[in-house]
Design a protein around this ligand. Sequence first.
Ligand SMILES: Cc1cc2nc3c(=O)[nH]c(=O)nc-3n(C[C@H](O)[C@H](O)[C@H](O)COP(=O)(O)OP(=O)(O)OC[C@H]3O[C@@H](n4cnc5c(N)ncnc54)[C@H](O)[C@@H]3O)c2cc1C
Ligand SMILES: NC(=O)c1ccc[n+]([C@@H]2O[C@H](COP(=O)([O-])OP(=O)(O)OC[C@H]3O[C@@H](n4cnc5c(N)ncnc54)[C@H](OP(=O)(O)O)[C@@H]3O)[C@@H](O)[C@H]2O)c1
Length: 460
Amino acid sequence: MTKLRLAIVGAGPAGIYAADILLKAERNFEVSIDLFDHLPAPYGLVRYGVAPDHPRIKGIINALRDVLDRGDIRLFGNVQFGTDITLDDLKKHYNAVIFSTGAVRDASLNIPGIELEGSYGAAEFVSWFDGHPDFPRTWPLEAREVAVIGNGNVALDVSRILAKHADDLLPTEIPANVYDGLKASPVTDVHVFGRRGPTSVKFTPLELRELGELRDVDMILHEEDFDYDDAARAAVASNKQVFVIDKVMNQWRQRPVGEASRRLHLHFFAKPLEIVDDGSGRVGAIRYERTAPDGEGGVAGTGEIREVPIQAVYRAVGYFGTQLPGIPFDKRRGIIPNREGQVLRKADPTSGSAGWTEQMYGVYATGWIKRGPVGLIGHTKSDAMETIRHVINDLGNWWRPESPSEQSVSDLLDSRGIKYTDLDGWHNLDQHEIGLGSGEGRARVKVVPRDDMVRISRAE
Ligand SMILES: Cc1cc2nc3c(=O)[nH]c(=O)nc-3n(C[C@H](O)[C@H](O)[C@H](O)COP(=O)(O)OP(=O)(O)OC[C@H]3O[C@@H](n4cnc5c(N)ncnc54)[C@H](O)[C@@H]3O)c2cc1C
Ligand SMILES: NC(=O)c1ccc[n+]([C@@H]2O[C@H](COP(=O)([O-])OP(=O)(O)OC[C@H]3O[C@@H](n4cnc5c(N)ncnc54)[C@H](OP(=O)(O)O)[C@@H]3O)[C@@H](O)[C@H]2O)c1
């Protein structure tokens, strides 16, 4: 019987769902799957993006873990595609590869002053508070007044973690260095800036409502932002999500502002123009232009410029994918160009983005690197279904590897001295983290340094 030796690069939800869907799919060939990740632990942004105070969503790890625990997928953690293993290696050992490498960088925001000291990307901060091994252990939480740019769920995650009292995060899995950093934070005011109105936000009702439940944090809204035009009123009337968001904010508008030690300000119709230097190369203020509805559901600048003093700014304006060696990359969108998951290359390398027309046989993409950095964990499942359908149907065009045995891959990694981690290794690390937590009455405490993760996983 024909056998598909498949490599999947990226053990986030997209990669794990793709493996699961293929193994359960109706097909007339056998399958053997190796799942690679450059992190020593699997689960991608579910482990290193989803906020620690969202245990229900973090719990998706249990479902992903059940898939791996079935035992029909081999896991190779701590293996970086592009350096530890290359496309040529994969062609030698597999019939096909799916890239599910996600998007882990901050999108850029091109305004003057964004490079000042005290200006950060949300993705970097998220990686810090979620204990990502490749980020510094300490974070400079020295500002009393902070700006967060963006009106998506990441902006709300970052604002909430900044405004929340560290002790209220203690029941979560945050590592000790994160607790210590947040505990020492002198923050009093977090200002969130959205360039459009309250009915055009990208964040969702549940995440918004959570802000109003923070202990010792007052929500500050501005009446001028709620003078809705027809388009905004129509959005409230026709869209359930917008209706709830509007309702939540209305409740806050009627709530007397108390005497909390911290405040979370929502500024709408506020388009950031510049981060102002405090005179010493550090963030001193955010300058923004007041916008107004343009009558067609969008906004236009009014020419009115305002400034709010801040000492730190976080841009939460979206994530961006990273180019992989030997794999086509759409630099404008930050994705691997593809048609329903089939990776495309240019027949004519000098052509523009319309030139991605030729299928690169044997190479597929799924998840955020296929679609761009938008959508929930569940969306990566439907993504994976589409990609897997093509993997199956393309049987006649798979690569013909010269050395398809499973042993040949572990031999290759061993010969290169790569200290890979496997599923047993994840169990070791998982148990270790649970053990660390139980000593403190917590569900888990994350191990952060990569070397420690590898050592514990490999029981060295
Ligand atoms: C801050 C944040 C919070 C979020 N919170 C939620 C939430 O609460 N609920 C929700 O439903 N969705 C949430 N999302 C969205 C969710 O995380 C994504 O939909 C999902 O993780 C995308 O899955 P993915 O597998 O495509 O990418 P990822 O989860 O990013 O996985 C990609 C994997 O590829 C690996 N990788 C990358 N490059 C290489 C390489 N060169 N070699 C080997 N491996 C590599 C990475 O280490 C990673 O493990 C959040 C997103 C962010 C950014
Ligand atoms: N709890 C959760 O469920 C959760 C948590 C985190 C992330 N996620 C998901 O992960 C995905 C990514 O989230 P995200 O917040 O990174 O992205 P997002 O939802 O796309 O939000 C990006 C925000 O940045 C703004 N923005 C972009 N460019 C800007 C600019 N130049 N100036 C000012 N503002 C700008 C956008 O405004 P415009 O709308 O005006 O373009 C938007 O408000 C989303 O699907 C999100 O739902 C979910």
